[in-house]
Design a protein around this ligand. Structure first.
Ligand code: FAD
Ligand code: NAD
Length: 475
């Protein structure tokens, strides 16, 4: 096998593997190096997203939501099922099957595209050489014209509550539990805390979420955060804001957590503690001396707007570089770099990266929040439409939440769209497309939406921005 490639990608997660595939589609010779190992020692492409993030979490969210609906909604539909029970082992098995299908799918995609998969560690040496150490310890030096770094991220550890892998666990550990903990503590009311907190709450755990900030979901639109907190509390998530953890100790098989909040010193005893306070870029043993690739003060690989590092023809994409840590952001960067290397036009529109929180109700947004627009001083208008006024949402027994659109008062440009409600993550795609094509709110108003669909809520929100909504009173 040749050790010379046009492109060597280090990292086979959702940023690295699309870079490899796109470069190969552009008729370049490509190798993708990935060192991922699962708990059982098996290797797999797909990185955090496929093995321990997006995919397994969504599998468990779906199963636990179905259970919750069976327990709480079937009756409203007139469906009698008797006592509803579940088998966690079967749920976890289903999740693992989905993960395996997804990760094996990448190998199949590599085969079709002509990407050489190399499983083991990659280390960039000066002169675009990559030292590859296979899992069996054998080493080769690859020579590349271009190198793409896509080494991803890892969970942040809390010094006062270090991971022990058994009682104090990270998000991956929280996805692999083989029994429902009676009491689950979660540190961090971010995306992971809310998604995994919801999973285990629906499966029966008492869940307490400790969040250091006084505000809930501050990155979301204020109206959405307020509505979301109401629903999470209704589900039974005990979200405690302004809670600063000072220590956690394992005693007698339980975790005793000490924290302070506005009322003073508090304590909490749980069976498992998930620490989900964010992730940090992962670049361990990635860069040899003298490569010219620099890290910033937070450990991210420094890149320009086109993902170029300071070293010639060395690129970096995904969680290891600035920007939101999202799989689709990494994918767009990977694809753009795969094109740029081949001399094709490539650009990532960082203004239209959607965010989705896959809870019930689901939360999704793109663009600026109302608070951000207000702070910018720009004159704006807002249209909001509740799912309670949507026939389809009511038919789905999912009428919680709303769709909100923020547009510029002068130009009518859509500045942000915020959805909390059924299928929000799917609905946001229309808003992303609209913003990508610089659509105005009027363009959305004049676009025909099938009836009865959830997408009518976005249509009506756009109409409401001009006080022209049909299915809800304009105020
Ligand atoms: P990673 O996916 O981390 O992949 C990096 C790969 O590079 C890994 O396989 C790693 O082993 C390998 N690697 C690192 N260094 C080397 C080296 N030197 N040599 C060889 N290989 C190396 N995002 C979403 O958009 N939607 C979601 O629903 C979502 N859910 C999530 C749920 C959870 C629980 C978590 C933890 C994350 C979730 N994310 C989600 C975030 C998403 O997983 C990340 O943004 C995404 O995986 C980043 O992709 P990446 O390719 O940059 O890095
Ligand atoms: P996050 O940044 O979403 O949330 C972390 C939360 O922890 C924040 O609210 C923060 O204020 C809080 N926090 C920080 N330090 C704390 C402390 N000492 N005590 C209490 N609270 C503290 O991070 P995450 O939930 O760990 O997720 C990591 C990354 O994974 C995120 O960037 C996210 O985008 C990505 N992710 C995305 C999805 C999705 O797209 N649906 C799902 C899961 C994870």
């Amino acid at each position: 096998m040749s050790d010379t490639f046009d492109v060597v990608v280090i990292g086979g997660g959702p940023a690295g593997y699309p870079a490899a595939i796109r470069a190969a589609q552009n008729k370049l010779s490509v190798a993708c190096v990935d060192e991922w190992k699962n708990y059982d020692g098996s290797t797999a492409f797909g990185g955090t997203c496929l093995n321990a993030g997006c995919i397994p979490s969504k599998a468990l969210l779906e199963s636990s939501e179905l259970l919750h609906r069976a327990q709480h909604e079937f009756k409203a539909h007139g469906i009698k099922v008797g006592a509803v029970d579940f088998d966690l082992g079967a749920m976890q098995k289903r999740k693992s099957t989905i993960v395996r299908q997804s990760t094996q799918g990448i190998l199949a995609l590599f085969k079709t595209a002509g990407v050489t998969p190399l499983q083991g560690h990659g280390r960039l040496l000066p002169g675009r050489k990559v030292e590859f150490t296979a899992h069996d310890g054998t080493t080769r030096t690859l020579q590349a014209k271009h190198v793409v770094l896509a080494s991803g991220s890892q969970p942040m550890e809390l010094r006062s509550a270090p991971f022990d892998g058994k009682h104090i666990i990270d998000s991956w550990g929280a996805l692999e539990l083989d029994a429902v903990p009676k009491r689950l503590g979660v540190i961090g009311a971010g995306v992971i805390g809310l998604e995994l907190g919801s999973v285990w709450r629906r499966l029966g755990a008492e869940v307490v979420v400790l969040e250091a900030l006084p505000d809930f979901l501050p990155m979301a639109d204020g109206a959405v955060s307020k509505e979301a907190l109401k629903h999470f509390r209704k589900l039974g998530l005990d979200v405690r804001l302004g809670a600063k953890v000072s220590g956690a100790a394992v005693k007698g098989g339980a975790v005793e957590v000490a924290y302070t909040d506005a009322k003073g010193e508090q304590s909490l005893t749980v069976d498992k503690l998930v620490v989900a306070i964010g992730r940090r870029p992962y670049t361990k043993d990635l860069l040899a001396e003298g490569t010219g690739v620099e890290l910033d003060e937070r450990g991210f690989i420094k890149v320009d707007d086109h993902c170029r590092t300071g070293a010639e023809n060395v690129w970096a994409v995904g969680d290891c570089v600035r920007g939101p840590m999202l799989a689709h952001k990494g994918k767009e960067e990977g694809v753009a770099v795969g094109d740029a290397i081949a001399g094709l036009y490539a650009e990532v529109n960082y203004k239209t990266i959607p965010s989705v929180i896959y809870t019930a109700p689901e939360i999704a947004w793109v663009g600026q929040t109302e608070e951000q627009v207000k702070a910018s001083g720009r004159a704006y208008k807002v249209g909001q439409f509740p799912f309670a006024a949507s026939g389809r949402a009511r038919a789905m027994e999912a009428s919680a939440g709303f769709c909100k659109l923020v547009a510029a008062a002068d130009s009518d440009e859509i500045l942000g769209v915020h959805v909390i409600g059924p299928m929000a993550g799917e609905l946001i795609a229309e808003a992303v497309l609209a913003m990508e094509y610089s659509a105005s709110s009027e363009d959305l108003q004049r676009t025909i939406h099938a009836h009865p669909t959830l997408s009518e809520a976005l249509h009506e929100a756009a109409l409401a921005a001009d006080k022209r909504a049909i299915d809800f009173p304009n105020r």
